[in-house]
Write a protein that binds this ligand. Structure first.
Ligand code: AMP
Length: 307
């Protein structure tokens, strides 16, 4: 049982109301892989970096059970760089810089040993690259989860729609759901997006939690009210990594188990935002993860006796 994670491995520079960082390690696949590593150790990464990317971080991924054979290191080239600035509400941000660098000419190669994966996480990346990975798999995985963002809706909508049509679960935020569907109501947006192909849609609402839709059902999970939120970067990817990592661990892709997955994903996202970058996701203990999930359970548990 293996999980294949595709997405950016990046340098980020982040500004929030609480501070500013120079280049730190980021990237959708980095966050998703680290979050998933708390649930399954059989994780294979497909991505690309330049020769400026620290070997130490690749070693750290390996110690967390992330196989980096499919991580291309391009000599003489630079790693993808993203810079963003958060508004005071910490829910919205402006992208200041997106330097594709190595990504501009990236042709993903899925190593033979990765090809029998049963779970595929298509982290945020150019849709044509996400599609190229699906196309290299001889057998369709049991579950394909895809994340994307407004950037690709703006510049690669045709490729994006073709890729969305091939996946089982799409995860996007509320503004992206509205942009993709042209509907303000998230219920109407969800129905339109499910008509594009995916069987499930997760709409992330930042500090207001997440919604899971299929054609018949909807489930809501809150976000944990946290005392300190330092940096929301990577929360969506950590959510996706926790979600698919849990599903891969339990091998159960029913709607009921996806509800649990949403809670585990939300727990990983809540850790992610507590420190800058990937710092908090690097060395959590199992007890910390369990306690955090219990906090979610306690947060939403109530009894009502209807007469
Ligand atoms: P999130 O906060 O979950 O949306 O993810 C933020 C991460 O996505 C950062 O670490 C960035 O390096 C990465 N990222 C930003 N823009 C893009 C993009 N256009 N494509 C892929 N990854 C991106």
């Amino acid at each position: 049982m293996s999980l294949l994670v595709v997405g950016t491995v990046a340098f980020d520079a982040i500004e929030t109301p609480f501070g500013k960082t120079d280049k730190i390690i980021g990237g959708a696949a980095t966050y998703a892989g680290l979050a998933a590593s708390y649930f399954t150790k059989n994780i294979n990464l497909v991505s690309v970096v330049g020769d400026d990317f620290p070997q130490q971080t690749i070693d750290l991924m390996n110690t967390r059970g992330i196989n980096t054979q499919g991580l291309q290191v391009k000599q003489g080239e630079k790693t993808f760089f993203w810079s963003g600035k958060y508004h005071n509400d910490m829910n919205t941000r402006d992208t200041l810089i997106t330097d594709l660098n190595v990504l501009a000419d990236f042709h993903p190669v899925v190593p033979e040993s990765y090809k029998n994966c049963e779970f595929l996480m298509l982290g945020n990346l150019m849709p044509r690259i996400q599609m190229a990975v699906i196309d290299q798999l001889p057998v369709r995985p049991k579950l394909i989860v895809m994340d994307t963002m407004n950037f690709w809706m703006d510049i690669a909508m045709d490729d994006l729609l073709k890729t969305i049509a091939k996946v089982d679960v799409l995860t996007i935020n509320d503004a992206e759901a509205r942009q993709l569907s042209g509907e303000y109501s998230l219920v109407k947006a969800a129905q339109k997006i499910l008509d594009l192909g995916p069987k499930y849609l997760v709409i992330k609402k930042g500090e207001h939690g997440a919604l899971l839709f299929n054609k018949e059902n909807v489930f809501f999970a809150p976000a944990l009210p946290l005392e300190d939120v330092f940096d929301p970067t990577g929360a969506g990817d950590s959510f996706a990594g926790g979600f698919i990592g849990f599903l891969a661990q339990t091998k159960d892709i029913s709607f009921d188990n996806m509800k649990r997955g949403i809670i585990f994903g939300s727990a990983m996202a809540s850790f992610c935002v507590e420190k800058f970058g990937t710092e908090r996701l690097i060395d959590l203990s199992q007890d910390e993860v369990d306690e955090r999930v219990q906090e979610f359970v306690d947060l939403v548990q109530f009894d009502i006796a209807l007469v």
